[in-house]
Design a protein around this ligand. Structure first.
Ligand code: F0G
Length: 353
Protein backbone atom coordinates (compact mmCIF):
# COMPACT_ATOMS: atom_id res chain seq x y z
CA UNK A 1 0.00 0.00 0.00
CA UNK A 2 1.00 3.64 -0.30
CA UNK A 3 0.75 4.78 3.30
CA UNK A 4 3.78 6.73 4.50
CA UNK A 5 5.73 4.40 6.77
CA UNK A 6 7.28 6.89 9.19
CA UNK A 7 10.81 8.28 9.10
CA UNK A 8 12.68 5.18 10.35
CA UNK A 9 11.30 2.95 7.57
CA UNK A 10 11.32 5.65 4.87
CA UNK A 11 14.99 6.53 5.48
CA UNK A 12 16.40 3.51 7.36
CA UNK A 13 19.44 3.11 5.05
CA UNK A 14 20.52 6.67 5.81
CA UNK A 15 20.14 6.54 9.59
CA UNK A 16 22.92 5.52 11.95
CA UNK A 17 20.88 3.14 14.12
CA UNK A 18 21.55 -0.53 14.93
CA UNK A 19 20.56 -3.03 12.23
CA UNK A 20 17.32 -4.88 12.87
CA UNK A 21 15.67 -2.25 15.06
CA UNK A 22 11.91 -2.59 14.78
CA UNK A 23 10.35 0.84 14.31
CA UNK A 24 7.95 2.21 16.91
CA UNK A 25 6.04 4.60 14.68
CA UNK A 26 2.95 6.80 14.56
CA UNK A 27 3.69 7.55 10.86
CA UNK A 28 5.54 10.75 11.71
CA UNK A 29 7.32 12.85 9.06
CA UNK A 30 6.20 13.34 5.48
CA UNK A 31 5.07 16.80 6.56
CA UNK A 32 4.00 19.39 3.98
CA UNK A 33 6.16 22.11 2.52
CA UNK A 34 3.66 24.96 2.19
CA UNK A 35 4.46 27.87 -0.12
CA UNK A 36 4.05 31.22 1.66
CA UNK A 37 2.62 33.86 -0.65
CA UNK A 38 3.08 36.92 1.55
CA UNK A 39 6.60 36.00 2.68
CA UNK A 40 7.60 35.33 -0.92
CA UNK A 41 6.21 38.70 -2.04
CA UNK A 42 7.90 40.54 0.84
CA UNK A 43 11.29 38.92 0.31
CA UNK A 44 11.33 38.42 -3.45
CA UNK A 45 12.34 34.86 -2.60
CA UNK A 46 10.52 31.56 -2.94
CA UNK A 47 9.61 30.94 0.70
CA UNK A 48 8.34 27.55 1.88
CA UNK A 49 7.17 26.62 5.37
CA UNK A 50 8.08 23.13 6.60
CA UNK A 51 4.99 22.57 8.73
CA UNK A 52 6.12 20.30 11.55
CA UNK A 53 2.95 20.82 13.55
CA UNK A 54 1.46 18.22 11.20
CA UNK A 55 3.34 15.45 12.99
CA UNK A 56 1.36 12.97 15.15
CA UNK A 57 1.85 14.80 18.46
CA UNK A 58 2.03 18.23 16.84
CA UNK A 59 5.75 18.96 16.71
CA UNK A 60 9.00 17.96 14.98
CA UNK A 61 10.01 16.02 18.10
CA UNK A 62 8.22 12.94 16.74
CA UNK A 63 10.96 12.43 14.12
CA UNK A 64 13.62 12.02 16.76
CA UNK A 65 11.36 10.22 19.18
CA UNK A 66 10.39 7.38 16.82
CA UNK A 67 14.12 6.67 16.43
CA UNK A 68 15.04 7.07 20.11
CA UNK A 69 12.14 4.98 21.43
CA UNK A 70 12.69 2.29 18.79
CA UNK A 71 16.35 1.96 19.80
CA UNK A 72 15.58 2.16 23.54
CA UNK A 73 13.10 -0.72 23.22
CA UNK A 74 15.53 -2.68 21.02
CA UNK A 75 18.17 -2.34 23.75
CA UNK A 76 15.81 -3.60 26.41
CA UNK A 77 14.85 -0.38 28.22
CA UNK A 78 11.72 -0.53 30.35
CA UNK A 79 11.49 3.15 31.22
CA UNK A 80 12.48 6.37 29.46
CA UNK A 81 13.11 9.88 30.78
CA UNK A 82 13.37 13.36 29.32
CA UNK A 83 13.57 16.98 30.39
CA UNK A 84 11.26 19.18 28.39
CA UNK A 85 9.71 22.54 27.75
CA UNK A 86 6.65 20.52 26.69
CA UNK A 87 6.89 19.10 23.19
CA UNK A 88 9.57 16.49 23.83
CA UNK A 89 7.59 15.21 26.80
CA UNK A 90 4.35 15.04 24.80
CA UNK A 91 6.12 13.13 22.04
CA UNK A 92 8.03 10.81 24.36
CA UNK A 93 4.86 9.97 26.28
CA UNK A 94 3.03 9.01 23.07
CA UNK A 95 5.83 6.86 21.62
CA UNK A 96 6.54 5.26 25.01
CA UNK A 97 2.85 4.36 25.24
CA UNK A 98 3.00 2.77 21.79
CA UNK A 99 6.17 0.86 22.73
CA UNK A 100 4.96 -0.25 26.15
CA UNK A 101 7.68 1.68 28.01
CA UNK A 102 7.20 3.76 31.17
CA UNK A 103 7.59 7.52 30.47
CA UNK A 104 9.07 9.83 33.11
CA UNK A 105 9.00 13.56 32.42
CA UNK A 106 10.84 16.46 34.13
CA UNK A 107 9.45 19.92 33.41
CA UNK A 108 9.96 23.43 34.78
CA UNK A 109 7.08 24.17 37.14
CA UNK A 110 4.44 26.52 35.74
CA UNK A 111 6.17 27.04 32.37
CA UNK A 112 4.58 24.36 30.17
CA UNK A 113 1.74 25.19 27.77
CA UNK A 114 -1.54 23.53 28.73
CA UNK A 115 -1.92 21.45 25.56
CA UNK A 116 1.52 19.88 25.94
CA UNK A 117 0.94 19.10 29.60
CA UNK A 118 -2.40 17.50 28.70
CA UNK A 119 -0.68 15.28 26.12
CA UNK A 120 1.90 14.00 28.61
CA UNK A 121 -0.78 13.32 31.21
CA UNK A 122 -3.22 11.58 28.88
CA UNK A 123 -0.50 9.40 27.30
CA UNK A 124 0.28 8.22 30.82
CA UNK A 125 3.57 9.90 31.74
CA UNK A 126 4.77 10.24 35.31
CA UNK A 127 5.35 13.99 35.52
CA UNK A 128 7.77 15.63 37.93
CA UNK A 129 7.59 19.43 38.16
CA UNK A 130 10.92 21.02 39.00
CA UNK A 131 11.41 24.33 40.81
CA UNK A 132 13.86 25.51 38.19
CA UNK A 133 14.17 25.95 34.43
CA UNK A 134 14.71 23.53 31.53
CA UNK A 135 18.46 23.52 32.03
CA UNK A 136 18.02 22.22 35.60
CA UNK A 137 15.59 19.57 34.34
CA UNK A 138 18.08 18.35 31.73
CA UNK A 139 20.84 18.00 34.34
CA UNK A 140 18.45 15.94 36.45
CA UNK A 141 17.38 13.75 33.53
CA UNK A 142 21.03 13.01 32.75
CA UNK A 143 21.64 12.20 36.42
CA UNK A 144 18.66 9.88 36.61
CA UNK A 145 19.72 7.99 33.48
CA UNK A 146 23.25 7.54 34.88
CA UNK A 147 22.18 6.28 38.30
CA UNK A 148 18.85 4.51 37.66
CA UNK A 149 17.42 2.04 35.12
CA UNK A 150 15.87 4.60 32.81
CA UNK A 151 16.99 5.56 29.28
CA UNK A 152 17.56 9.22 28.37
CA UNK A 153 15.79 10.35 25.17
CA UNK A 154 16.66 14.05 25.10
CA UNK A 155 18.54 15.20 22.01
CA UNK A 156 21.87 14.60 23.80
CA UNK A 157 21.00 11.03 22.76
CA UNK A 158 22.49 10.99 19.23
CA UNK A 159 19.71 8.72 17.94
CA UNK A 160 17.31 11.68 18.32
CA UNK A 161 19.31 13.71 15.80
CA UNK A 162 19.37 10.73 13.40
CA UNK A 163 15.58 10.81 13.33
CA UNK A 164 15.30 14.59 13.14
CA UNK A 165 17.69 14.93 10.19
CA UNK A 166 15.01 13.31 7.99
CA UNK A 167 13.28 16.70 7.77
CA UNK A 168 16.23 17.93 5.67
CA UNK A 169 15.96 14.81 3.47
CA UNK A 170 12.27 15.47 2.85
CA UNK A 171 12.91 19.09 1.89
CA UNK A 172 15.56 18.12 -0.68
CA UNK A 173 13.41 15.23 -1.97
CA UNK A 174 10.56 17.69 -2.52
CA UNK A 175 12.45 20.72 -3.89
CA UNK A 176 14.88 18.64 -5.96
CA UNK A 177 17.84 20.32 -4.24
CA UNK A 178 18.73 22.00 -0.96
CA UNK A 179 17.34 25.53 -0.47
CA UNK A 180 19.72 28.51 -0.48
CA UNK A 181 18.80 29.43 3.07
CA UNK A 182 17.23 27.46 5.91
CA UNK A 183 15.68 29.42 8.77
CA UNK A 184 14.48 27.98 12.09
CA UNK A 185 13.92 28.65 15.79
CA UNK A 186 16.66 27.48 18.17
CA UNK A 187 16.34 26.44 21.82
CA UNK A 188 18.32 23.44 23.00
CA UNK A 189 19.90 23.47 19.49
CA UNK A 190 19.25 19.83 18.61
CA UNK A 191 17.12 20.60 15.60
CA UNK A 192 19.50 22.95 13.78
CA UNK A 193 22.25 20.37 14.40
CA UNK A 194 20.07 17.59 12.98
CA UNK A 195 19.13 19.57 9.85
CA UNK A 196 22.80 20.26 9.23
CA UNK A 197 23.60 16.54 9.56
CA UNK A 198 20.88 15.78 7.02
CA UNK A 199 21.88 18.45 4.52
CA UNK A 200 25.55 17.45 4.73
CA UNK A 201 24.72 13.80 4.25
CA UNK A 202 22.58 14.46 1.17
CA UNK A 203 25.29 16.67 -0.36
CA UNK A 204 27.93 14.01 0.34
CA UNK A 205 25.73 11.39 -1.34
CA UNK A 206 25.23 13.64 -4.36
CA UNK A 207 21.49 13.90 -3.73
CA UNK A 208 21.85 17.69 -3.40
CA UNK A 209 24.26 19.95 -5.28
CA UNK A 210 24.66 22.36 -2.38
CA UNK A 211 24.07 22.93 1.32
CA UNK A 212 22.00 25.80 2.64
CA UNK A 213 23.09 28.71 4.78
CA UNK A 214 21.66 28.03 8.27
CA UNK A 215 20.06 30.94 10.15
CA UNK A 216 18.85 30.24 13.68
CA UNK A 217 16.69 32.57 15.77
CA UNK A 218 16.35 32.68 19.53
CA UNK A 219 14.10 34.70 21.85
CA UNK A 220 15.77 37.85 23.18
CA UNK A 221 15.40 36.68 26.78
CA UNK A 222 16.94 33.27 26.02
CA UNK A 223 19.63 33.93 23.42
CA UNK A 224 22.87 32.26 24.59
CA UNK A 225 23.99 31.35 21.08
CA UNK A 226 23.68 34.99 20.06
CA UNK A 227 25.61 36.45 23.00
CA UNK A 228 27.98 33.50 23.37
CA UNK A 229 27.18 33.19 27.10
CA UNK A 230 24.66 30.95 28.93
CA UNK A 231 21.54 32.71 30.28
CA UNK A 232 21.12 31.71 33.96
CA UNK A 233 17.50 32.96 34.01
CA UNK A 234 16.06 32.53 30.50
CA UNK A 235 12.68 34.20 30.00
CA UNK A 236 10.30 34.37 27.02
CA UNK A 237 6.62 33.86 26.26
CA UNK A 238 7.80 31.32 23.69
CA UNK A 239 8.17 28.76 26.48
CA UNK A 240 9.31 25.99 24.11
CA UNK A 241 12.62 27.83 23.59
CA UNK A 242 13.01 29.16 27.16
CA UNK A 243 16.48 27.59 27.44
CA UNK A 244 19.65 29.21 28.78
CA UNK A 245 22.36 26.65 28.10
CA UNK A 246 21.68 24.56 24.97
CA UNK A 247 22.95 20.97 25.09
CA UNK A 248 23.94 20.96 21.41
CA UNK A 249 25.82 24.26 21.63
CA UNK A 250 28.97 23.03 19.84
CA UNK A 251 27.09 21.24 17.06
CA UNK A 252 24.95 24.32 16.44
CA UNK A 253 27.98 26.60 16.25
CA UNK A 254 29.55 24.16 13.78
CA UNK A 255 26.37 24.25 11.66
CA UNK A 256 26.49 28.03 11.67
CA UNK A 257 30.20 28.25 10.81
CA UNK A 258 30.31 25.49 8.19
CA UNK A 259 27.25 26.91 6.42
CA UNK A 260 28.26 30.57 6.64
CA UNK A 261 25.13 31.27 8.67
CA UNK A 262 24.34 33.11 11.87
CA UNK A 263 22.25 33.33 15.02
CA UNK A 264 20.17 36.35 15.96
CA UNK A 265 17.57 37.26 18.59
CA UNK A 266 13.96 38.41 18.18
CA UNK A 267 11.66 39.93 20.79
CA UNK A 268 8.51 38.27 22.14
CA UNK A 269 6.44 40.98 20.41
CA UNK A 270 8.05 40.12 17.07
CA UNK A 271 7.42 36.42 17.70
CA UNK A 272 3.75 36.92 18.56
CA UNK A 273 3.22 39.23 15.56
CA UNK A 274 4.77 36.62 13.26
CA UNK A 275 2.54 33.94 14.82
CA UNK A 276 -0.56 36.01 14.00
CA UNK A 277 0.68 36.79 10.47
CA UNK A 278 1.29 33.11 9.72
CA UNK A 279 -2.17 32.22 10.97
CA UNK A 280 -4.04 35.03 9.23
CA UNK A 281 -2.09 35.13 5.93
CA UNK A 282 -0.97 31.54 5.34
CA UNK A 283 -3.64 29.67 7.31
CA UNK A 284 -0.89 28.02 9.33
CA UNK A 285 -1.39 28.17 13.12
CA UNK A 286 1.88 27.58 14.95
CA UNK A 287 2.88 27.93 18.57
CA UNK A 288 4.84 31.05 19.58
CA UNK A 289 8.32 29.48 19.53
CA UNK A 290 7.62 28.12 16.07
CA UNK A 291 7.16 31.63 14.71
CA UNK A 292 10.65 32.76 15.77
CA UNK A 293 12.10 31.84 12.36
CA UNK A 294 9.55 33.95 10.48
CA UNK A 295 10.10 36.80 12.97
CA UNK A 296 13.81 36.51 12.24
CA UNK A 297 13.34 36.54 8.47
CA UNK A 298 11.22 39.71 8.73
CA UNK A 299 13.80 41.33 11.01
CA UNK A 300 16.59 40.63 8.53
CA UNK A 301 14.55 42.22 5.73
CA UNK A 302 14.10 45.35 7.85
CA UNK A 303 17.83 45.38 8.48
CA UNK A 304 18.44 45.45 4.72
CA UNK A 305 19.37 41.81 4.12
CA UNK A 306 18.37 40.71 0.60
CA UNK A 307 16.68 37.40 -0.07
CA UNK A 308 15.68 38.26 -3.65
CA UNK A 309 15.75 35.31 -6.04
CA UNK A 310 16.61 32.74 -3.36
CA UNK A 311 14.83 29.59 -2.25
CA UNK A 312 14.17 29.81 1.47
CA UNK A 313 12.75 27.15 3.79
CA UNK A 314 11.46 28.16 7.21
CA UNK A 315 10.72 25.38 9.67
CA UNK A 316 7.64 26.07 11.77
CA UNK A 317 8.22 23.59 14.54
CA UNK A 318 4.96 23.02 16.43
CA UNK A 319 1.18 23.35 16.28
CA UNK A 320 -0.68 26.43 17.52
CA UNK A 321 -3.23 24.37 19.44
CA UNK A 322 -0.49 23.45 21.90
CA UNK A 323 -0.73 26.86 23.53
CA UNK A 324 -3.96 28.71 22.82
CA UNK A 325 -3.64 30.90 25.94
CA UNK A 326 -0.55 32.75 24.71
CA UNK A 327 -1.96 33.04 21.19
CA UNK A 328 -5.11 34.75 22.47
CA UNK A 329 -3.41 36.95 25.08
CA UNK A 330 -2.91 39.95 22.84
CA UNK A 331 -6.32 39.58 21.18
CA UNK A 332 -8.66 40.16 24.14
CA UNK A 333 -12.09 41.47 23.10
CA UNK A 334 -11.94 40.36 19.47
CA UNK A 335 -14.75 37.82 19.88
CA UNK A 336 -17.22 39.83 21.91
CA UNK A 337 -20.38 40.10 19.80
CA UNK A 338 -23.35 38.20 21.21
CA UNK A 339 -26.72 38.30 19.44
CA UNK A 340 -30.13 36.64 19.72
CA UNK A 341 -30.74 33.83 17.19
CA UNK A 342 -31.82 36.27 14.47
CA UNK A 343 -30.36 36.57 10.94
CA UNK A 344 -30.76 40.33 10.56
CA UNK A 345 -29.27 41.02 13.93
CA UNK A 346 -26.23 38.86 13.02
CA UNK A 347 -25.93 40.66 9.65
CA UNK A 348 -26.00 44.08 11.36
CA UNK A 349 -23.42 42.97 13.92
CA UNK A 350 -21.21 41.60 11.13
CA UNK A 351 -21.47 44.84 9.12
CA UNK A 352 -23.07 43.07 6.15
CA UNK A 353 -25.30 45.96 5.11
N1 F0G B 1 10.22 24.90 18.53
C1 F0G B 1 9.50 24.14 19.37
C2 F0G B 1 8.02 24.13 19.19
C3 F0G B 1 10.13 23.39 20.37
O1 F0G B 1 9.40 22.64 21.19
C4 F0G B 1 11.53 23.44 20.50
C5 F0G B 1 12.22 22.69 21.54
C6 F0G B 1 12.24 24.24 19.58
C7 F0G B 1 11.55 24.95 18.63
C8 F0G B 1 13.71 24.34 19.61
O2 F0G B 1 14.31 23.19 19.12
O3 F0G B 1 15.62 22.64 21.14
O4 F0G B 1 16.08 21.52 18.97
O5 F0G B 1 16.67 23.92 19.30
N2 F0G B 1 11.62 22.07 22.47
C9 F0G B 1 12.27 21.18 23.45
C10 F0G B 1 11.21 20.46 24.26
C11 F0G B 1 13.31 21.83 24.25
O6 F0G B 1 11.48 20.07 25.42
O7 F0G B 1 10.13 20.23 23.74
P1 F0G B 1 15.76 22.79 19.66
Amino acid sequence: NHQWHGVVEEYRDLLDIPAGVEAVTLREGGTPLVHSGWLSRLTGADVHLKVEGDNPTGSFKDRGMTAAISVARHEGAEAVVCASTGNTSASMAAYAAKAGLKPLVLVPEGKIAAGKMAQAIVHGARIIMVRGNFDHCLQMARGLSEDYPVALVNSVNPVRLEGQKTAAFEIVDFLGDAPDVHVLPVGNAGNISAYWLGYRQYADLGRATRRPVMRGFQAEGAAPLVTGEPFPDPETKATAIRIGNPASWQLAVAARDESGGRFAAVSDDQILAAQRDLASRDGVFVEPASAAGVAGLLQELEQGESYAGLTVVVTVTGHGLKDTATALEGLGGVVDTVVDPNVDEAARAAGLG
